[in-house]
Write a protein that binds this ligand. Structure first.
Ligand code: DMJ
Length: 856
C-alpha cells in the first residue's frame, strides 16, 4: 500500500471484494517480481529474493483465493523464477546453491490447485481454499457455479510448464481438458465465446463477447500454447477465434463487445482497459496493421487522461475512471516496437514513464489512480505493476546486451513471467488430444502476415506504420460523439430504414411515436413531466418490429443510466503539497452540493487546522487557529452545511469533513456528495470536501509528524513539479494566511488551464447531447432530453459535413435543467413468449443488465 507504506495483508484491511482474492498470504508481490529482477539485471537482489521466498513463504494458508490469479501470479512467478534460476546456475556465477527449490514450491502449489478441477466439465472452480481445498465445510468455497472464460482458459502455459519441468503430467492434462471443453462450447455459428460459463452445465451465463475483461487471456493462451508446446490444434483454434474476432469485434480502431449468437450486434458502447493487450497479441500472430490502429487509438485516449481509464466510451469519454496501473498498453507498445522497429514506440514508452513518475509516484512506490480525471490516488500497487509494467518498459528500451540472457528463448505468460521455449521438446508424454471438432476453413486473409519481421513487412517503406497511425492522430480530440454504429446488415440489404435510435428519439415527433407504436413501445406521460417507456412485445406489428423495439429499449436503458451517472458531481481531489509530499499524495474526496464549486473556480490552497469542537457543530472556540486555513472537521452530529457555516464564520477558507467511521476508505466505500440542509445554502462561499477516515488519517498523521501541512483542494490534482517544491512556504500562521491569496493568484495561469480542462470534462459529462450520434445518414442529431423539453432549441452535434460543433462551451447549468426530462424506462411484463428470436433477445437483455453490474 504505497500511500500508507505498509504491505496489504488479507484480513487485516477492510475487504475490497473480489480483487482481494489474489491475496493468499503468500508474499504475492515478492513472488510476482522474481523474474523482473533478473530482466533488470538485479541478479544479487534476485538471489536474495529467492532466499526470502524459500525461507518465509507458506502456501498452506486457510485463505480462499482465486484459482486464476494464483496460477498466473504465484505459480507463474515461481516458474519464471525457477526458469531464470536454472539459467543463472548454468552460467556458473550466481545461484550455484539452487536445487530446484522454487520448482518444488510450484509443484506443491499446483497440487493445491488441482481439487478445483473436480467438476464434470473439467472447468475449474473459480476459487479454492489453499489449506482445505473445495467443498469441505472448512473450505468456505465450492458453491460457485460460474467462472469467467479467461479464468478457466488461462492455465495451460503454467500447468504445462509445471508438468514438463517435473514430469508430473497431471497438470498439463487438466489444463488441456478445460481448454477442450471451452472449445467445444464455443458458439458454433459465430465461433465466439461468452464472458462467463457455468462450470457444471457448460451453459454460457454471459453471452457477450470481446477481447477484454473476462476473455482476454483465453485467446492469448491458445496462441502462446501453440508457441510453447508446438501443438497445431491450439493454433487452429486460435485462428478460428481470431477470424471471428476480426469479423465481428474488430471495428477499427475500436474493439467492441458483441453478442455471441448475434455477433453483428454490439453489446456495449464502451471498451475496457484490459483489451489493450490485444495489439500485442496481434503482433505475435503477425497482424500488424490493426495492431497499429488500435494501439494508436488507445494512445490518444492515454494522452487525453494521462492513463487509460478502466473503461471508456466509443467517443472516448471516461466510463470508469479508475486506473490500477495496468501494464497491457506498455506490453503492446513493447511488441509493436519489436515488430516495427519504429522509434515512435520509444516515444510512447517515454510518455508512459513520464506520466507514471509525474502522477503515480509516491514516497513508497507507485499508487494506482483512483480517478484519472482528478489525478487522485488509491492506496494500492498491484503485483502486476512490478511483474509486468516494469519488465515491459525496461525491455522496450533495453538493447540486447543490457539483458544477461537471450529473451527470445522465452515466452511471456499473461503475467509476463518467462518460460523457456525448450520446454516444447521436454517430457512430451502427453499425447496430443484428438479432439473431434472440425476446424473452420479460413480464407487466406487470416494469414496475410504470419511472420512479423521488419524486413518482410516494410521492405521499402519505413513510414508504413506512421501512415497507418496518421489518420488516427485526432481520433479522440476531434471525435464526433458516436454511439453504436453497427446496424444489422440485413436492414441495409433490404433497403429498410434502420430502426429508431434511442438517442435520436423525440417525444414530440409524431413520426417517432408512430415507430414506437409499431415496435410495441408505449409512452406514458407522468405527472411530473417525465415520460416513461414500456414495451409489450406482443403489441408490436411483427416479430422484426418487436426485435427492433427490444433493441430500442436496451439502448434507452443504457442511455438513461449513462445520463444519470453523468449528472452526479465528479469526485474532487485533496493534494498534499507541503514538504515532504510536494503534491505526490492525492486523496479522493467527495464533493459538496453547496459552497464554492471547484470545477468552476480556482482551486483553494492552504494549511490545515483542526476545528474545535472537532465536529464543527457549534461556533468554533479556536477561530484564530482556523482563520485563513482549511479547517478539518469530523463528520457527524449535525448537518454538513452547519459545519460549513461554523468554520466559515471562524474565517476558514475551506473545509474538509473527515468520516467518523473508523477504517472507512474510498477503496471500499462509494463516494457520495455532501448534501445541503434543505434550506438555501447560497451563504456558504467556501469549498467543502469529504474524506473517508483512511484518507483523512493520512492528513492527520502528516500533521502529527510535520505539524504544518498544506493542501490543495481542486477538481483535478495539480501537476507536481519542481515549482511545487519551491513553492514551499515558511511555516508560520501569518504566512499561511497571506500565502493562500497570493499563491492562488500567482498560479492563476495554471489554474485557468485546469479550469478549461475540467469544464471540458464537466460539460461533456453533463450534456447528454454528447451522446448523440454522428449518424449514418448524416442527419443532424439532437439530444433526446433537449428535444423532449424544448424541441425548437436544437443543439446540433454533427452538421451535414460531419464536422463537430463545440459542445465544450455550453454552460453546465443546462444539464441541471435536463434532469427531469430524462426518459425513465421501465419494463412491461411479457404476457407470453413470442418466438425464439424474442426469447433470445430477452437473454441478451439479461446478459446486458448483468454485464452492467459486473466489475472488471
Ligand atoms: C494481469 O494480472 C494479467 O495480465 C492478466 O491476464 C490480466 N491483467 C492483469 C493486469 O491488468
Amino acid at each position: 500500500m504505497p500511500l500508507t507504506c505498509r504491505g496489504r495483508v488479507r484480513g487485516q484491511e477492510p475487504s475490497r471484494g473480489d480483487v482481494d482474492d489474489a491475496l493468499g498470504k503468500f508474499s504475492l508481490t515478492l513472488i510476482d517480481s522474481l523474474d523482473t529482477l533478473v530482466v533488470l539485471n538485479k541478479t544479487k537482489e534476485f538471489e536474495d529474493a529467492v532466499r526470502k521466498v524459500l525461507r518465509d513463504v507458506n502456501l498452506d494458508n486457510d485463505v480462499v483465493v482465486s484459482v486464476f490469479e494464483t496460477n498466473i501470479r504465484v505459480l507463474g512467478g515461481l516458474l519464471g523464477g525457477h526458469s531464470l534460476a536454472i539459467m543463472l546456475k548454468e552460467k556458473g556465477e550466481y545461484m550455484q546453491w539452487y536445487n530446484d527449490e522454487l520448482l518444488q514450491m510450484a509443484k506443491q502449489l499446483g497440487y493445491k490447485l488441482l481439487p478445483a478441477f473436480n467438476t464434470t466439465s473439467g472447468l475449474p472452480y473459480p476459487r479454492i481454499n489453499l489449506k482445505f481445498g473445495i467443498r469441505k465445510p472448512e473450505a468456505r468455497t465450492g458453491t460457485e457455479t460460474d467462472t469467467c472464460t479467461a479464468c478457466a482458459g488461462t492455465l495451460i502455459l503454467e500447468f504445462a510448464a509445471l508438468s514438463r519441468f517435473t514430469g508430473a503430467t497431471i497438470f498439463e492434462e487438466y489444463a488441456r481438458k478445460a481448454l477442450d471443453f471451452l472449445w467445444e462450447k464455443r458458439q458454433r455459428s459465430s465461433n465466439l465465446v461468452g464472458v462467463t460459463i457455468n462450470i457444471h452445465t457448460g451453459d454460457w451465463v454471459r453471452k457477450d463477447s470481446g477481447v477484454g475483461a473476462g476473455i482476454d487471456s483465453y485467446y492469448e493462451y491458445l496462441l502462446k500454447a501453440y508457441v510453447l508446446l508446438g501443438d497445431d490444434s491450439f493454433l487452429e483454434r486460435f485462428n478460428t477465434h481470431y477470424d471471428a474476432i476480426m469479423r465481428y469485434i474488430s471495428q477499427p480502431p475500436l474493439l467492441l463487445d458483441v453478442h455471441i449468437h448475434k455477433p453483428m450486434l454490439n453489446a456495449r458502447t464502451w471498451m475496457d482497459a484490459l483489451l489493450a493487450f490485444f495489439p500485442g497479441l496481434q503482433v505475435l500472430k503477425g497482424d500488424i496493421r490493426p495492431a497499429i490502429e488500435t494501439h494508436e487509438m488507445l494512445y490518444q485516449v492515454i494522452k487525453k487522461h494521462n492513463f487509460l481509464p478502466e473503461a471508456f466510451t466509443t467517443d472516448f469519454r471516461v466510463h470508469w475512471a479508475q486506473h490500477p496501473l495496468r501494464p497491457e498498453f506498455a506490453e503492446s507498445t513493447y511488441f509493436l516496437y519489436k515488430a516495427t522497429g519504429d522509434p515512435y514506440y520509444l516515444e510512447v514508452g517515454k510518455t508512459l514513464i513520464e506520466n507514471l513518475n509525474k502522477y503515480a509516484r509516491v514516497p513508497c512506490g507507485f499508487a494506482a489512480m483512483k480517478d484519472v480525471r482528478t489525478g487522485s490516488h488509491e492506496d494500492r500497487m498491484d503485483s502486476f505493476f512490478l511483474a509486468e509494467m516494469f519488465k515491459y518498459l525496461y525491455l522496450l528500451f533495453a538493447d540486447k546486451e543490457d539483458i544477461i540472457f537471450d529473451i527470445e528463448d522465452y515466452i511471456f505468460t499473461t503475467e509476463a513471467h518467462l518460460l523457456p521455449l525448450w520446454l516444447s521438446t521436454t517430457n512430451q508424454s502427453i499425447s496430443k488430444k484428438n479432439t473431434t471438432s472440425e476446424y473452420t476453413e479460413l480464407d487466406d486473409s487470416n494469414f496475410d502476415w504470419t511472420c512479423p519481421n521488419t524486413q518482410i513487412l516494410f521492405p521499402n517503406d519505413p513510414l508504413y506504420a506512421q501512415s497507418i497511425r496518421e489518420p488516427l492522430k485526432n481520433v479522440v480530440d476531434k471525435s464526433c460523439p458516436r454511439g453504436i454504429i453497427r446496424v444489422r446488415e440485413e436492414s441495409f440489404r433490404s433497403g429498410a430504414k434502420p430502426p429508431l435510435r434511442a438517442r435520436d428519439f423525440m417525444a414530440t415527433n409524431p413520426e417517432h411515436l408512430e415507430i414506437l407504436k409499431k415496435m410495441g413501445v408505449s409512452l406514458i406521460h407522468l405527472k411530473d413531466g417525465r415520460v416513461q417507456l414500456v414495451q409489450h412485445a406482443i403489441q408490436a406489428a411483427s416479430s422484426i418490429d418487436a426485435e427492433d423495439g427490444l433493441r430500442f429499449m436496451q439502448e434507452m436503458i443504457e442511455l438513461s443510466s449513462q445520463q444519470q451517472k453523468e449528472q452526479q458531481l465528479p469526485p474532487r481531489a485533496v493534494q498534499i503539497v507541503s514538504h515532504p509530499f510536494f503534491g505526490r499524495v492525492v486523496l479522493t474526496a467527495g464533493p459538496a452540493q453547496f459552497g464554492l464549486d471547484l470545477s468552476k473556480h480556482k482551486e483553494t490552497r492552504g494549511f490545515v487546522a483542526s476545528s474545535k469542537p472537532y465536529n464543527g457543530c457549534s461556533e468554533l472556540t479556536n477561530p484564530e487557529a482556523v482563520m485563513g486555513k482549511i479547517a478539518l472537521i469530523q463528520r457527524g452530529q449535525c448537518m454538513f452545511a452547519e459545519k460549513a457555516r461554523n468554520i466559515q464564520n471562524a474565517g476558514a477558507i475551506g473545509g474538509i469533513v473527515i468520516d467518523d467511521n473508523e477504517g472507512s476508505s474510498s477503496d471500499t466505500a462509494p463516494l457520495f456528495q455532501m448534501a445541503g440542509d434543505g434550506k438555501d445554502t447560497d451563504d456558504i462561499k467556501i469549498p467543502m470536501l469529504f474524506l473517508f477516515s483512511k484518507e483523512g488519517s493520512i492528513i492527520l498523521d502528516a500533521i502529527r509528524e510535520y505539524e504544518e501541512v498544506e493542501v490543495l483542494l481542486s477538481d483535478k490534482a495539480k501537476d507536481r513539479d519542481p515549482e511545487m517544491e519551491n513553492e514551499e512556504q515558511p511555516s508560520s500562521e501569518n504566512d499561511s494566511q497571506n500565502q493562500s491569496g497570493e499563491q492562488i493568484s500567482s498560479s492563476s495561469q495554471e489554474v485557468d488551464l485546469v479550469d478549461q480542462e475540467s469544464s471540458e470534462e464537466n460539460s461533456v459529462n453533463s450534456h447528454p447531447e454528447s451522446l448523440s450520434l454522428a449518424d449514418m445518414d448524416n442527419a443532424a442529431s439532437i439530444s433526446p432530453s433537449e428535444q423532449t423539453s424544448n424541441p425548437t432549441e436544437n443543439h446540433e452535434t454533427t452538421n451535414l459535413n460531419g464536422e463537430c460543433t463545440d459542445l465544450d462551451n455550453q454552460p453546465q447549468e443546462q444539464s441541471e435543467t435536463e434532469e427531469d426530462s430524462n426518459p425513465n424506462v421501465s419494463w412491461g411484463k411479457k404476457v407470453q413468449p413470442i418466438d425464439s428470436i424474442l426469447a433470445d433477445w430477452n437473454e441478451d437483455i439479461e446478459a446486458f443488465e448483468m454485464m452492467e453490474k459486473d466489475e472488471l
